[in-house]
Design a binder for this molecule. Structure first.
Ligand SMILES: *[C@@H]1O[C@H](CO)[C@@H](O)[C@H](O)[C@H]1NC(C)=O
Ligand SMILES: *[C@@H]1O[C@H](CO)[C@@H](O)[C@H](O)[C@H]1NC(C)=O
Ligand SMILES: *[C@@H]1O[C@H](CO)[C@@H](O)[C@H](O)[C@H]1NC(C)=O
Ligand SMILES: *[C@@H]1O[C@H](CO)[C@@H](O)[C@H](O)[C@H]1NC(C)=O
Ligand SMILES: *[C@@H]1O[C@H](CO)[C@@H](O)[C@H](O)[C@H]1NC(C)=O
Ligand SMILES: *[C@@H]1O[C@H](CO)[C@@H](O)[C@H](O)[C@H]1NC(C)=O
Length: 248
């Protein structure tokens, strides 16, 4: 009994450490590495503490190109160039970049000059990706005999630099990271497969559904919940009308 409790406490402590580690990663990593999608928006949030009486703040793209200057107590200015119309600067020193294009990928440096002309800076790396288009899933039957339905599923998407993973009945198929998936089904009457295609900035999902014997469909033939719900609602409403009718 006591042993079990100790084990439970240990597990809990371990989970707490793990989750705080994850939180640490999640908050620290994106500050220097930022991913965006084409036509999207990103925010560069500096962690650098900016003194109250700074002299000026300069943002540069790829080391040389000056894209923003903010002198203390003056409005910011945006030098002409590819970022001229795409930036917005906030009081809290966050820089917003809009209408992202692939060629905006690169490094952004924030330089702060304090009132004694001492400089500190912070570097960001921005990568802009095409949004992942919606994939299709097709199937090729390898064998359909002895009660087996053995097929190869293929996740088809017109995109490069993407990674794949698969889920069966909402459970991750760990380690299945190829665009194709070999499956062998025998006893199951139905199953759903999901292919998730992602890049660091976006992801999309394709579906395919299995029904015994060896039938595959990109649409789920089960009645969708929303439709079932609507039907149930109309039956209820109808029943109510009938009730009112009888009562009168
Ligand atoms: C600064 O303000 C912007 C816009 O209100 C917000 O999106 C951003 O998260 C803020 N940054 C920080 C570091 O609080
Ligand atoms: C420089 O800034 C510091 C704090 O940011 C302030 O205490 C000091 O008075 C400033 N000096 C001048 C000359 O403005
Ligand atoms: C900016 O630098 C990156 C490498 O960090 C390079 O791939 C990119 O082409 C540069 N962009 C421009 C517009 O010079
Ligand atoms: C499924 O997609 C793969 C990859 O695009 C293709 O080679 C194959 O011919 C397709 N199979 C069917 C049955 O459409
Ligand atoms: C497969 O994908 C999962 C989820 O995206 C990832 O955690 C794992 O590292 C990948 N494995 C390989 C071998 O690429
Ligand atoms: C289908 O796959 C299963 C599991 O891999 C295998 O045992 C079986 O022999 C295959 N059936 C046929 C007809 O190829």
């Amino acid at each position: 009994m006591l042993g079990k409790m100790v084990a439970a406490v240990q597990t809990f402590a371990c989970l707490v450490v793990l989750s705080s580690l994850q939180a640490y990663e999640a908050t620290v990593v994106p500050r220097s590495q930022v991913n965006g999608i084409v036509r999207g928006t990103v925010y560069l949030n500096p962690i650098l503490s900016v003194p109250e009486n700074y002299q000026q703040i300069i943002w540069r793209f790829n080391k040389s190109q000056k894209i923003l200057t903010k002198k203390w107590n003056q409005p910011e200015s945006y030098p002409s160039g590819s970022f001229h119309t795409k930036l917005r600067y906030y009081e809290n020193h966050t820089l917003e970049i809009n209408h992202l294009q692939k060629q905006d990928s690169g490094t952004f440096r924030m330089e702060v000059e304090d009132n004694l002309s001492k400089k500190t800076n912070e570097l960001f790396r921005l990568d802009v990706y095409e949004p992942v288009p919606k994939p299709r899933v097709n199937f090729t039957i390898r064998a359909n005999e002895d009660g087996w339905c053995n097929v190869t599923l293929a996740c088809i998407v017109d995109a490069t630099q993407v990674t794949y993973h698969w889920r069966k009945n909402e459970k991750d198929l760990v380690g299945k990271n190829s665009s194709t998936l070999d499956v062998a089904l025998k006893s199951e009457s139905d199953a759903s497969y999901k292919c998730i295609v992602s890049n660091p900035a976006s992801e999309e999902t394709g579906f395919i559904y299995y029904r015994s014997p060896c039938t595959w469909n990109e649409k789920n033939s089960a009645v969708p919940l929303s439709l079932a719900r609507k039907t149930a609602d109309s039956i209820l409403a109808f029943g109510f009308l009938l009730l009112v009718h009888n009562w009168i």
